[in-house]
Design a binder for this molecule. Structure first.
Ligand code: ZN
Length: 172
């Protein structure tokens, strides 16, 4: 039945192609341990615009954790410029997350990480004024609106936006 096998082959190849093209985003969590509360800041002139800056009092040196399971794809130190010390985790399906201005990092490229696994500590490296974590969620390299535990964060509406968020990362 040549007609059938051709249709089957077409159907199979379409089915195999779909998962990568339409893979659901990982359910990203806040990059901090369970129940910690951090201020999230978004603003019009943030670079890039859809990133979030997370801070809390005496946050310098606090542990930063993976927003989802994945594999470390970048560990860089840009010195006093841009992101400073930063880490990128590849989550598959084109999704990645970025963690910048770190004081230190505890992972290397190729490390496989579980959700909530430590990657470094909050710092003030690069172009940063005060310790905070600059966080991005990207799809095929393009910044997406950030979601924590399935809920989109609050974005600037003509002025800076500060909202408190509570981590549900790896909560028992
Ligand atoms: Zn930032």
């Amino acid at each position: 039945m040549p007609g059938f096998s051709v249709r089957l082959a077409v159907a199979l190849s379409a089915a195999l192609a779909l998962p990568s093209a339409f893979a659901a985003a990982p359910k990203f969590q806040m990059p901090f341990p369970c129940k910690q509360v951090w201020h999230g800041n978004t603003r019009e002139n943030h670079s890039p615009k859809l990133a979030v800056d997370l801070s809390r009092s005496n946050g310098a040196g606090d542990k930063v954790v993976a927003a989802a399971k994945g594999r470390v794809s970048k560990v860089r130190n840009l010195g006093n410029t841009s992101y400073g010390k930063y880490v990128v985790i590849d989550h598959g399906g084109g999704w990645s997350t970025l963690y910048a201005h770190l004081n230190s990092y505890s992972v290397k490229v190729g490390d496989n990480l579980a959700l909530g696994q430590g990657i470094g500590t909050v710092g003030n490296t690069g172009t940063s004024f005060g310790a905070h974590l600059h966080h991005e969620q990207l799809l095929n390299g393009a910044l997406q609106k950030i979601k924590f535990n399935g809920a989109q964060i609050h974005y600037f509406d003509g002025r800076d936006k500060y909202t408190d968020y509570k981590s549900a990362n790896s909560c028992p």
